[in-house]
Write a protein that binds this ligand. Structure first.
Ligand SMILES: Nc1ncnc2c1ncn2[C@@H]1O[C@H](COP(=O)(O)OP(=O)(O)OP(=O)(O)O)[C@@H](O)[C@H]1O
Ligand SMILES: [Mg+2]
Length: 276
């Protein structure tokens, strides 16, 4: 549980809560550090949160507050110096097919494989599907992201947004327990970014997955997330946990949306008042 959550959009019972009552991911009192020869950099301090089945859980905080480090720890690439991360009650001890990451970079697809091969390959390796089964499932998810007609194209012939769609299809095809996304739309132009946020929500509706999403954009957090964890500047500590159920793309210009953005900005950056 998060200590003293500040509730921006309180639920009926005054507690933030997940989309279902099934707790998938538990992050408990996690400290993360980088040890270089010269010094130790503490990336996060005593961070705790729970992700429930069907959540769109967002980690929101300024640059350098440890969002990517936290996501890497959940993915199993980094081990906490203290605290515990568990999935379905089992301590995370390394990477696994139950947690797939979509990164910001457009070069996450091997360029020598076609779109279809990119999506199908991990299914054959990690899920042990036959070529025919893997191709069938890959095509199904490529259809979901609107790219079935590009199945035989190579990544370098695609736009940035299309590459991110392939990366999303590849991740969803693995049917992970939690889909991890680290600023997946940050390198896209503003219009494409909005479109991708919309598509992600549509996919979530259709495919029904659990999402842990990292961003430093307050607007993106409000649109994408149903729950938002606010992290303080470096080293990241939990500042507040919020619910955000009522916003969509259409909310952008609205007064209540802008007030929520201002409120979160205040919570993130004006420490004394936020701590009260
Ligand atoms: N490989 C590394 N070695 C040493 N320190 C690192 C390393 N990677 C990150 N850090 C430090 O850890 C802290 C958290 O970094 P992290 O990349 O997790 O932040 P972030 O919240 O994802 O930032 P951004 O929004 O800019 O992506 C920063 O102070 C950063 O300098
Ligand atoms: Mg980052």
């Amino acid at each position: 549980m998060v200590a003293n959550p500040t509730l921006l959009f309180p639920e009926r019972n005054g507690q933030t809560r997940g989309a279902t009552s099934e707790r998938l991911l538990a992050v408990e009192n996690v400290n993360l550090e980088y040890r270089t020869r010269e010094r130790i950099v503490r990336a996060t301090h005593d961070v705790s949160f729970d992700v429930y089945g069907g959540d769109r859980f967002v980690l929101l905080g300024p640059s350098g507050c440890g969002k990517s480090t936290l996501l890497k720890a959940v993915a199993g690439f980094i081990e906490p110096t203290s605290g515990r991360i568990s999935l379905d009650g089992q301590t995370v001890r390394g990477p696994g097919a139950d947690r797939i990451v979509v990164f910001q970079e457009f070069d996450q697809l091997p360029p020598w494989k076609t779109v279809l091969q990119n999506v199908a390959f991990p299914l054959r390796v990690a899920k042990k599907l036959s070529r025919a089964e893997a191709n069938e499932r890959a095509l199904h998810y490529l259809e979901k992201v609107g790219l079935a007609s590009f199945a035989h194209a190579y990544p370098h012939t695609l736009s940035g947004g299309m590459k991110q769609r392939v990366a999303i299809a590849r991740a969803l095809a693995m049917q992970p327990r939690v889909l991890l996304m680290d600023e997946p739309f940050a390198a896209l132009d503003a219009l494409t970014r909005r479109k991708m946020q919309e598509e992600l929500l549509r996919l979530w509706d259709e495919v029904n997955f659990t999402l842990l999403f990292v961003t430093h954009s307050i607007e993106e957090a409000l649109v994408v997330g149903n729950r938002i964890l606010l992290l303080s500047p470096h080293p990241g500590r939990v500042r507040a946990e919020l619910n955000s159920h009522q916003y969509s793309q259409d909310s952008f210009g609205r007064g209540d949306f802008q007030r929520s953005v201002a409120r979160i900005h205040h919570l993130l950056f004006e420490e004394t008042e936020a701590a009260q």
